[in-house]
Design a protein around this ligand. Structure first.
Ligand SMILES: NC(=O)c1ccc[n+]([C@@H]2O[C@H](COP(=O)([O-])OP(=O)(O)OC[C@H]3O[C@@H](n4cnc5c(N)ncnc54)[C@H](OP(=O)(O)O)[C@@H]3O)[C@@H](O)[C@H]2O)c1
Length: 338
């Protein structure tokens, strides 16, 4: 490949079943790289974010507030890159975040790229954290605070791993994470400050919640749905707040209940406040998270759990399969260039 060509991950056909692995429908294609126009920059991508929603966007009608991936076109999504040519005010060499990932090079308007601030993070890939969603759900939706008994599902995943840390930082009395496997559970309690972790693959969720939270949970941050949601309803304290962020058991399948059934009578008697939410990344939401996490990261009260896999670009495809299979913890990132 030379500088007038770029490789991109392209959707071959829409997904039609949650059982299909993304890699069955994605491939790397090399194409001509169009020259940049006035007001544009050419960005060489360095880090690609891999998230569960990528698999949803492969459906023709994902039912999300995001456009579906188009057949025959490169995927899109957050990435970090370096400006290698510019016909704008943005200087060559600037490291930027933008939404045209899944390709080696991209021509993009300079007002659609956001320079990564110098000296704030240990590395530019930290900009790919999903804390805006974790913060919005845990603080604005669930209103977590001192004394709360908090349960987080998908707690070793990209959103959940930060959500639990936010609950801890805001004075929750107890933070319990649910994750698959002993290694992920140990990671939650030993490195991320969770008080307890439940391995839903090997432990009885009901029995463990009886033991850990006999008075019930007051906050549930849910990324999974399925039987984990149904169990949380049974263990809710009166007036508990549920922030519904994701539904991976239904989105991905693989057992664990698919989409859950709500025991409405129990929800009524306990007056559970069930609030599904979508984070639109408004300037206010981004600012609220930045105001909180910049000091927290530098003070070490919140860490950015992430796994970086080495490229090249084709590695993004297998990485997405692996994310859905639960092979990695924290946010998943593929390094495409130095
Ligand atoms: N509402 C919003 O605004 C918003 C914004 C961003 C993301 N989201 C949603 O939030 C959810 C989490 O996103 P993420 O990027 O942080 O994903 P993630 O947690 O990194 O997703 C992968 C993890 O999900 C778990 N998992 C996969 N299939 C499962 C199943 N059938 N049952 C139980 N657990 C399963 C696995 O962990 P284990 O190994 O522990 O099982 C896997 O590691 C997704 O549903 C995403 O669409 C919502």
């Amino acid at each position: 490949m030379n500088s007038t060509e770029t490789a991109a991950v392209v959707l071959r056909a829409h997904r039609t079943d949650v059982g299909q692995r993304p890699s069955e429908l994605l491939e790397v294609r090399v194409a001509d790289q169009r020259p940049i126009g006035d007001g544009e920059v050419l960005v060489e991508n360095i880090f690609q974010q891999i998230v569960a929603v990528n698999a949803d966007l492969m459906f023709e009608n994902p039912g999300l507030p995001l456009p579906a991936f188009e057949v025959g076109a490169p995927l899109y999504g957050p990435a970090i890159g370096r400006v290698v040519e510019s016909r704008s005010d943005t200087a060559v060499g600037t490291v930027v975040q933008h939404n045209q990932g899944w390709r080696d090079l991209t021509a993009i308007a300079s007002n659609a790229v956001f320079p990564v601030p110098d000296g704030v993070f240990p590395g530019p890939e930290y900009m790919l954290n999903q804390g805006v969603t974790s913060f919005h759900g845990m603080v604005d939706i669930a209103g977590v605070g001192a004394g709360d008994v908090v349960l987080v599902s998908g707690a070793a995943g990209g959103v959940g791993s930060i959500a639990g840390q936010i609950a801890r930082a805001r004075g929750a009395a107890l933070v319990i994470g649910i994750a698959g496997g002993p290694d992920k559970c140990a990671y939650l309690t030993e490195q991320l400050g969770f008080d307890a972790a439940i391995d839903y693959k090997n432990e009885d969720l009901d029995a463990r919640l009886d033991e850990l939270a006999p008075e019930g949970i007051t906050v549930f941050f849910d990324t999974i749905g399925g039987t984990q949601f149904e169990t949380a309803v049974r263990h809710a304290a009166f007036g508990a707040r549920f922030a519904l962020c994701g539904a991976l058991a239904g989105q991905i399948g693989g057992g664990h209940g698919g989409h859950p059934r709500l025991d409405i009578m129990t929800a009524i008697v306990k007056e559970i406040q069930i609030r599904p939410f979508t984070t639109m990344h408004t300037p206010e939401q981004i600012q609220a998270w930045i105001g909180h996490y910049v000091p927290s990261f530098s003070q070490g009260t919140i860490t950015f759990p992430h796994t970086v896999l080495e490229g090249p670009l084709g590695r993004t495809i297998t990485a997405l399969d692996e994310l859905l299979a639960g092979d990695h913890r924290g946010n998943l990132i593929v390094k495409l260039a130095n």
